[in-house]
Design a protein around this ligand. Structure first.
Ligand code: A2P
Length: 339
């Protein structure tokens, strides 16, 4: 992309949980913005937001919204991206797409900057942001994989309501209130009660009994790591947490892991904060990952049965590193603002 001192940026889906976080992060990181365009559905037209103390008004997303735009940060759902991303590219913009619309397209780079920033270079107008659970899993395990290649990963997720959008977060809040105040909880977004409950991830069940979220994590991992041989199997679960996902990860490594080395690796790894204090029983928790840029990693232990097995537990903010922050880090690299 042509380097400029300031860029015209559009957020597609600016009123959503990820869109709002994108707005905050662009401001926090002082992204060099000339014009910022906030796009959503007609329902939200006229809604006001503040960016650097300037009031901005939501505009309706239309086919002609992208004239003069350099970067589109897209998070309005897969169908909207499929329809509008090609139009934005035609207008000369680069689209960083947070939906699953283009992730597995061989011509579209799928990027976690700490892992495969180099893939950004071969974009043809669209760069895909991986699924939130994939990012939160890969950031802490990649430094291990580089030194001691992972043969097999077995992962269980504990996913927050935020992954299903702003309405799902409100549903968790309202159902919690309903239950505590003795009313029957109302279900709109999730198929089951989320307050004081947990359930198998609400995405459709596909081949072999895996749900779509699990399939995304398995396929995206292979694409990001450029490794078709790595074996990954996942169980995704939705839990009554607002906005940070946690994951229990088992890794079968090529060589016997040495815990002190793994601890050192994670202590130095970009995007990771080691939280591992067994004496205090203090390990990563979603409540502490919330609002943080780093993925918390800890609960490190060798597997009791398998000599090359390693366990860890991680927690990361689904809206930040799992979505908005990762997208903006990609934009920063694209604009030559960071490595
Ligand atoms: P709106 O608030 O106007 O419905 P979330 O994932 O948190 O539910 O957010 C989804 C985002 O995608 C919102 O900003 C939402 O805008 C936007 N969106 C949904 N449908 C459309 C559409 N048809 N056109 C434009 N934006 C849409």
């Amino acid at each position: 992309m042509k380097r400029k001192s300031k860029y015209n940026v559009a957020i597609m889906g600016a009123t959503g949980a990820v869109g709002e976080e994108m707005l905050k992060i662009l401001e926090e990181r002082n992204f060099p913005i000339d014009r910022l365009l906030l796009l959503a559905s007609r329902r939200s037209t006229g809604k006001k937001y503040f960016f650097k103390k300037r009031e901005l008004t939501i505009e309706e997303l239309r086919r002609d919204s992208f004239h003069g735009i350099d970067i589109v940060l897209a998070s309005a759902g897969g169908a909207i991206s499929k329809k509008f991303a090609p139009l934005a590219v035609k207008e000369g913009a680069v689209v960083i797409d947070n939906t699953s619309a283009f992730r597995m397209d061989p011509g579209v780079p799928l990027v976690v900057p700490e892992i495969n920033a180099h893939d950004i270079r071969r974009h043809k107008g669209i760069i895909a942001n991986p699924n939130c659970s994939t990012i939160i899993m890969l950031v802490p395990i990649y430094p291990i994989h580089r030194r001691n290649p992972i043969k097999r990963a077995i992962v269980s997720t504990y996913q927050a309501a935020s992954g299903a959008g702003a309405k799902a977060m409100r549903e968790l809040e309202e159902q919690s209130r309903d239950v505590l105040e003795g009313r029957p909880p109302r279900k709109e977004v999730f198929p089951h009660q989320i307050a004081f409950n947990l359930f198998s991830h609400n995405s459709p069940i596909r081949e072999g009994g895996y749900n779509e979220e699990e399939i995304k994590m398995m396929r995206e991992t292979r694409k990001i790591l450029h490794d078709d041989k790595i074996k990954v199997t996942v169980t995704c679960v939705r839990v009554p947490v607002f906005r940070a996902h946690s994951e229990a990860i088992y890794l079968e490594l090529s060589e016997k892991p040495v815990l002190s080395r793994i601890r050192n690796l994670l202590a130095k790894a970009p995007g990771v904060r080691l939280v591992d204090e067994p004496k205090k029983n203090y390990f990563p928790m979603p409540i502490e990952a919330m609002g943080q840029d780093k993925v918390l990693a800890g609960r490190l232990r060798l597997d009791a049965a398998s000599p090359k097995g390693l366990w860890l537990f991680v927690a990361g903010d689904q809206l930040r590193k799992g979505a908005a922050l990762n997208a903006i880090q990609i934009a920063e690299i694209l604009c030559g603002l960071s490595g």
